[in-house]
Ligand binder design. Structure first.
Ligand SMILES: Cc1ncc(COP(=O)(O)O)c(C=O)c1O
Length: 422
C-alpha cells in the first residue's frame, strides 16, 4: 500500500536542476558553472565572528538573540531595511512604512508565500521570458500557470504586446484567473538585464487600466550586486503608475552578504495580502531565525555589510570578466553571443545557428563529457521553451577554475561546430 499524498504533494516532481546536478555529482572532476552559489572565499566569516563576539558581550539583549523572535522579524532590522530601500529609491525618509516590511527565510520564502496566498491551482501569473527558473518551479508546484509576456529585442517587456495579451485573455475569458505579474528587475537571473524605469512605468499604466486588480511581485534579489554603478530605475514601489496597486518587493541579504544565513526581506503595500502571508509564515516557522537576523542587523548597522558588499562587487566583476574574456577569445568567432552584465553572477549565452543546448542536447552531453556543467536556458522559459540559451554562473568557482571551465566549455563548442559543419 502506498502513502496517499495531497494534490499538492502529488504535483511535486524533482526539479530539473536537481536531476541534472545528480549527473554532475557522479563526476567529482566536474566544474560547475550551474549553481547560483556565492563566492566561498570571500564569505564574511571573520566579520560574523566579531559580530557574534559583540553579541555575546551584550548581556541579556545578546542572549535574547538565541530566543525565538517575532514572526514579522526584528524591528530594528526592519527599520534599517526600510531606510535602505528609501535611500535606494531616492525617496524621502518616512516615505515607506516599516510596518510593511517583513523578514523571511531568504527571499525565496516570500516569493512562495506570495503565490501561495494569491493563487489557487489553475490561476495564472505573468512572467518575463526568460525568468528565474526556481520561480517557475514554485508556480508548477502550486499548480499555477505562468503566462509569458512578449519581450522586445532589448530584453524588456514589450508593453504594447502585453496590452494585446491582456485583451486576448479578456476575450478568451481567462483574465479573471490572472493574479499577478512577476518581474526580476535588477541584474536579473538569468540574463543580467535590469528593467528601465520607463518600462516599469508603462507596465504600471497598462495594469491600472484593467477592471480587475493585478498584484505586482518585484524580485530585486541582485539590486545591491552591481559591479560599478547601481541600476538607476526606482522600484515599482516608487513609480507613480503603480500607486494604489498591491505590490510585493522582495530582496535578500544572502547574495550580497552570507547566503548561509538565509535572511531575506519583503515590503508589501497591501494590508490583507501581507496579513495572509504572515499568517502562513507563522504556521510554517513563526519567524525567521532570530540569531541570523541579529547578525545581519549588526552587520548593516556597523557598516560591515556595506564594506563587504563593496568588496564583493569587485570580486564578481573580476570573475565575470575572467569568464567573459576566456569565452570571448574562443567562442565569438564561432558565432556565440552574450550581453556583458553590469552586476550579479551570470552570463546568458546564445548558441550559433540555434544549436540546441537543452538538457537532452548533444552539446549538453559534450560539456558533461568534457567535465563542465551549465544550466540549460530552456528551464528559464515558461512555455515555447527556447533551446539555444545557456546560463553560466561564475559565483562559486575560483578564478583559475573559471578559466579551466571556460576552456572545457569552448572545446565542447568547437567540437559541436565541427560536427555541424563537417
Ligand atoms: C532572482 C532570484 N530571486 C530570489 C532568489 C532567492 O534567493 P534567497 O532565498 O537566497 O534570498 C534567487 C536565488 O538565487 C534569485 O536568483
Amino acid at each position: 500500500m502506498s502513502i496517499r499524498l495531497s494534490e499538492l504533494g502529488l504535483r511535486q516532481k524533482p526539479s530539473d536542476i536537481t536531476r541534472l546536478m545528480a549527473i554532475a555529482i557522479e563526476r567529482p572532476d566536474m566544474l560547475s558553472l550551474a549553481a547560483g552559489f556565492t563566492d566561498n572565499d570571500s564569505l564574511p566569516l571573520e566579520e560574523v565572528r566579531d559580530i557574534v563576539n559583540d553579541i555575546s558581550k551584550a548581556g541579556p539583549s545578546g542572549k535574547s538573540t538565541l530566543q525565538y523572535g517575532s514572526n514579522i522579524g526584528r524591528s530594528e532590522l526592519r527599520s534599517i531595511l526600510t531606510k535602505r530601500l528609501e535611500a535606494a529609491d531616492t525617496i524621502e525618509s518616512g516615505g515607506l512604512d516599516e510596518a510593511r516590511m517583513f523578514v523571511s527565510n531568504g527571499s525565496q520564502q516570500s516569493l512562495y508565500l506570495a503565490i501561495q496566498t494569491l493563487c489557487d491551482p489553475g490561476d495564472c501569473i505573468l512572467v518575463e521570458q526568460p525568468t528565474y527558473f526556481v520561480f517557475l518551479e514554485i508556480l508548477d508546484g502550486l499548480g499555477v500557470t505562468p503566462i509569458a509576456m512578449p519581450m522586445n529585442e532589448a530584453g524588456e517587456v514589450d508593453v504594447e504586446g502585453l496590452e494585446a495579451l491582456l485583451k486576448s485573455m479578456d476575450k478568451a475569458g481567462t483574465l479573471n484567473r490572472l493574479k499577478a505579474l512577476y518581474l526580476v528587475s535588477y541584474f536579473a537571473n538569468p540574463t543580467g538585464h535590469s528593467i528601465s524605469e520607463s518600462t516599469k512605468s508603462a507596465i504600471g499604466s497598462v495594469l491600472s487600466q484593467l477592471d480587475q486588480t493585478i498584484a505586482v511581485i518585484e524580485d530585486a534579489a541582485y539590486r545591491e550586486l552591481y559591479y560599478e554603478t547601481p541600476h538607476s530605475a526606482r522600484s515599482c514601489l516608487s513609480v507613480d503608475t503603480f500607486t494604489g496597486m498591491p505590490i510585493l518587493y522582495t530582496s535578500t541579504l544572502t547574495k550580497p552578504y552570507a547566503s548561509g544565513l538565509k535572511v531575506g526581506y519583503a515590503y508589501c503595500t497591501d494590508e490583507s495580502w501581507m496579513a495572509a502571508m504572515l499568517s502562513v509564515k507563522g504556521q510554517q516557522d513563526f519567524g525567521t531565525a532570530n540569531f541570523a537576523q541579529a547578525i545581519v542587523e549588526r552587520a548593516l548597522s556597523s557598516g560591515s555589510f556595506d564594506r563587504h558588499v563593496t568588496e564583493l562587487r569587485a570580486i564578481y566583476k573580476q570573475k565575470m570578466e575572467t569568464l567573459h574574456g576566456a569565452l570571448e577569445s574562443k567562442l565569438s568567432e564561432l558565432g556565440w553571443a552574450w550581453p556583458v552584465p553590469g552586476g550579479a553572477l551570470y552570463l546568458w549565452l546564445r548558441s550559433p545557428n540555434e544549436m540546441r543546448t537543452d538538457g537532452d542536447s548533444d552539446f549538453h552531453a559534450a560539456c558533461i563529457e568534457n567535465g563542465v556543467f551549465y544550466v540549460p536556458g530552456d528551464l528559464c522559459y515558461p512555455s515555447n521553451r527556447i533551446q539555444d540559451r545557456i546560463r553560466l554562473s561564475f559565483g562559486a568557482l575560483k578564478p583559475h577554475d573559471i578559466e579551466e571551465a571556460a576552456s572545457r566549455f569552448s572545446l565542447a563548442a568547437k567540437s559541436m561546430t565541427r560536427a555541424v559543419s563537417g
